[in-house]
Write a protein that binds this ligand. Structure first.
Ligand SMILES: [Zn+2]
Ligand SMILES: [Zn+2]
Length: 95
């Protein structure tokens, strides 16, 4: 198994728990794709988030980083597909 190049850090917004109800259309979370058609990796995120804030995903291999907002609700992101030179899981992405 290749070593995991992507790190995930949660940065709380300071607002605490979400005040609004979750989007009922996404009871099992959402898949975030910011790859814009580029070679990409998909990174699983801890789900749901502990509170309002953002997951900061960084790739040690190519230096790419993205921020994915979350709110500690059922409609939080479950994974993020981000541009990455490694393209490790590009073949698994179905669009
Ligand atoms: Zn990658
Ligand atoms: Zn990368």
């Amino acid at each position: 198994m290749e070593q995991e190049a992507h790190s995930v850090v949660f940065e709380p917004s300071g607002r605490g728990k979400a005040q609004c109800p979750p989007n009922p259309n996404f009871p099992k979370g959402v898949k975030v794709d910011v790859s814009d058609g580029l070679i990409a990796c998909t990174k699983e995120l801890p789900y749901p988030a502990p509170e309002c804030g953002a997951w900061i995903v960084r790739c040690a291999a190519c230096g790419m980083s993205v921020a994915v907002t979350a709110a500690g609700r059922p409609d939080d992101p479950v994974n993020v597909t981000m541009p990455c030179k490694l393209g490790r899981e590009a073949n698994q992405i179905t669009k």
